[in-house]
Design a protein around this ligand. Structure first.
Ligand SMILES: C[S@@+](CC[C@H](N)C(=O)[O-])C[C@H]1O[C@@H](n2cnc3c(N)ncnc32)[C@H](O)[C@@H]1O
Length: 700
């Protein structure tokens, strides 16, 4: 039995681990991060399993409806009776996180094992499992939800998440950017750049944030401490309104979730990361706009990874950064103040001050608190202690940039060859190098790039450069990474505009579409991006950014045989590009053509059977056939190709779902209409209909 009166699942391995570590206890007692009177409670809590928490995704009506459903059914049942586990220990009911706005994040005081095991918790277990898979909730540690709140992200902001994978905080930021976008409100105009040093983790990040369907998202793969500096043609820095530095750390505040840390903890774990953490935060400070916010966070309790980094950053920035007092933000969040003084230890013991020889022990001056440090308002930092709110531990510091600061160039970045610099600065492919002017080559030899400004449109906005797509790395500076190329072939874009009835005044696809296909007149996938994202990419004339994913995949090439095209084009326009299901939430408000409103029965039938034939066929008697003559006629009146099916208004009203929420991509074929939605997504739609219909019946 542990401190919480819980027995772990014999198979979860949790209780096989010895949760003591003398060095850990000595170290943190000496650091005074916890008042003496709370020490034992703190240790007990660190040894107990972490309760499961989740937050409801999205915002506005969708999220509050979901919460009301949850409170109205599942949680109400649990609140009615006293819950006990097998050993008759009382299990408190789920409760909303006190500090999280609008009761949209919840904490269940059960372990995962209990959730799986106890029959009374079956409903909650199923709900969490399904809702997480379908993307309506995110299981996320309570403390990990905190940093994005302090960023104060707005839809028009440029935001940089420097160490972003697996992306739970990026996802929160994107939700905040998109707010209640429903086609009546404006699309976010800002950008979110999410970066990670690990390419595989960049791909994970792209996958985890896919549900946000965001045209503002750019995923890059760089060392955050050397993040590229992008400047506009007049030398103006492309800086960010908000930057999150959720840096790599020892993670010793996550012992409740990862108890193996008890066995491997040493003071050296934190010491070894201090310099990298400081370098990442310092790069963040350089890239921050004056007036913008930088949030530094770790899931470590260690002052060397926390206050020491904050103090060194403040000193290094020489008055350009101010550490903010955020005590009036998230007022219900219990927090401990940061320390002004701490101790430096390593495996040899305690080092009272930095005298120089400590360097031999891999300690550095910035780890120590000196007289200057003690004058800094470090109590403004937030340390979240596990026993205060039954969470994991965390550390957060919020800065504001108050004046410009010097920017050091990226000294460690991979050196470009002269030829490469010339090629990149001119945006020409390797074969054309022969035509480079003497002047440009001289500049490149001096280590400078020729400042070829990005192309500008009649409104003075920067357009994306046409990079050579046949260069040594498939047109990209980066081996294995396809270049980001503009799709502005009028044939492609005009066909999309006209076939789907999209107005260029509503959404400027001709400027804001990109592809990774070398032949931009026949792109495989077309991604939409926001104006700001285009400006950022356009200013990157030297292709310094290693972009692993960019914008929202809105259209995909659908090969249509030429003879079919010929026949069809006599009866109307055809488009080689189908709308993707991911693109529908964003594009639907702008689409005026090829929308079909079937009866609810036909709509459900196509979701369940994936295809609806126009006519009954004796050769395929099992095929479902469209039942409504009006829907059939509307479909037959379309040329072959993609269309969007949306239930009729009265049916949507009956289940309280919006048009954009149940708009599905289909293909109008010769003899049938077919779903273009994956099986997993189809289940999501069927569930949405079922859940909403059940709730409606419940409440009526
Ligand atoms: C604490 S995790 C970030 C968690 C993430 N912010 C989230 O909320 O899902 C730290 C991340 O930093 C990445 N990382 C480590 N060193 C880095 C560096 N030098 N530059 C950029 N990212 C780095 C790791 O790959 C890891 O994904």
């Amino acid at each position: 039995m542990d401190a919480r009166g819980e027995r772990g699942n014999a198979h979860d391995g949790y209780h096989d681990i010895q949760k003591t570590n003398k060095a850990f206890e000595t170290y943190y007692k000496a650091q005074n991060i916890v008042p003496e009177s709370e020490w034992e409670t703190f240790l007990d809590c660190m040894r107990s399993p972490l309760p499961m928490t989740f937050r409801i995704n999205g915002s506005g009506k969708f999220a509050t409806d979901m919460r009301d459903q949850l409170e109205g059914t599942l949680f109400a049942e649990l609140l009615k009776e006293e819950l006990k586990d097998e050993e008759q220990n009382e299990l408190p009911p789920p409760k909303p996180l006190a500090w999280y706005p609008e009761r949209l994040a919840w904490q269940c005081s059960y372990t995962r094992a209990q959730l799986r095991r106890l029959p009374a918790l079956q409903g909650i277990f199923d709900f969490i499992k399904n809702a997480n898979e379908l993307g309506s909730i995110s299981r996320q540690e309570a403390v990990s939800m905190i940093p994005p709140f302090f960023l104060d992200a707005q839809p028009h902001h440029r935001i940089l998440d420097m160490c972003a994978s697996p992306g739970s905080k990026t996802f929160q930021i994107l939700e905040r950017m998109h707010g209640d976008f429903d086609g009546n409100t404006k699309l976010p105009t800002g950008i979110v750049v999410a970066n990670d040093v690990d390419l595989k983790r960049c791909n994970l990040l792209t996958h985890q944030t896919k549900r946000a369907n965001s045209p503002t998202l750019l995923v890059t793969n760089h060392e955050a401490q050397n993040y590229p500096i992008i400047k506009g043609p007049k030398g103006e820095l492309f800086d960010f309104d908000a930057i999150l530095c959720d840096v790599p750390c020892s993670g010793d505040a996550t012992m409740r979730k990862a108890p193996d840390i008890w066995n491997r903890w040493t003071p050296g774990n934190g010491n070894g990361l201090h310099t990298l953490q400081l370098r990442i935060a310092a790069r963040g400070a350089q890239l921050l706009k004056v007036g913008g916010r930088l949030v530094y966070s770790t899931c470590s309790l260690n002052p060397i990874e926390n206050e020491a980094v904050v103090a060194a950053l403040l000193k290094e920035c020489d008055g350009a950064l101010e550490l903010l007092d955020v005590s009036d933000e998230l007022p219900d969040l219990k927090r401990s103040p940061g320390l002004r003084d701490w101790q430096v230890w390593d495996k040899f013991g305690y080092h009272p001050s930095f005298r120089g020889e400590e360097q031999m022990f891999k300690l550095c001056e910035t780890m120590f608190s000196d007289e200057e440090t003690k004058k800094l308002p470090l109590e403004r930092c937030l340390r979240l202690l596990p026993h205060h709110q039954d969470t994991g531990g965390f550390f957060v510091a919020v800065f504001q940039k108050v004046k410009p600061m010097e920017i050091k160039e990226d000294v460690n970045a991979k050196k470009q060859t002269v030829k490469e610099r010339v090629r990149l600065s001119l945006n020409v492919n390797a074969k054309n190098e022969i035509e480079m002017s003497h002047e440009v080559i001289t500049l490149a030899r001096k280590g400078q790039t020729a400042s070829i400004p990005p192309e500008v449109d009649d409104k003075g906005e920067y357009l994306l450069p046409h990079r050579g797509a046949t260069g040594p790395n498939g047109g990209s500076r980066w081996l294995g990474i396809d270049p980001v190329l503009p799709v502005n072939d009028p044939k492609v874009i005009n066909s999309i505009y006209s076939v789907y009835g999209i107005e260029s005044d509503d959404i400027a696809l001709h400027k804001n579409c990109v592809t990774r296909t070398a032949d931009t007149s026949r792109p495989k996938r077309v991604y939409t991006i926001t104006d700001s994202l285009r400006q950022y990419l356009a200013c990157d004339v030297n292709e310094s950014l290693r972009v692993t994913s960019c914008g929202l995949k809105a259209f995909e090439r659908q090969e249509i045989k030429d003879e079919v095209k010929e026949q069809e084009e006599t009866s109307g326009a055809m488009c080689d590009f189908r709308l993707t299901q991911d693109g529908i939430p964003m594009m639907f408000p702008f689409v005026r053509k090829r929308i079909i409103r079937p009866t609810f029965d036909d709509f459900k039938a196509i979701l369940e059977r994936r295809t609806l034939a126009f006519e009954y066929s004796a050769e395929a008697p099992q095929r479902a056939v469209i039942s409504c003559a009006e829907t059939k006629k509307a479909l037959l009146d379309l040329t072959l190709g993609c269309c969007i099916l949306v239930p009729r208004d009265e049916d949507l009203a009956a289940i309280n779902v919006s048009k954009a929420d149940l708009a599905i991509a289909c293909w109008r074929g010769r003899t049938s209409c077919n779903l273009l939605v994956s099986k997993a997504e189809t289940i999501h739609f069927i569930d949405k209909i079922k859940v909403n219909a059940a709730v409606k019946m419940d409440t009526s």
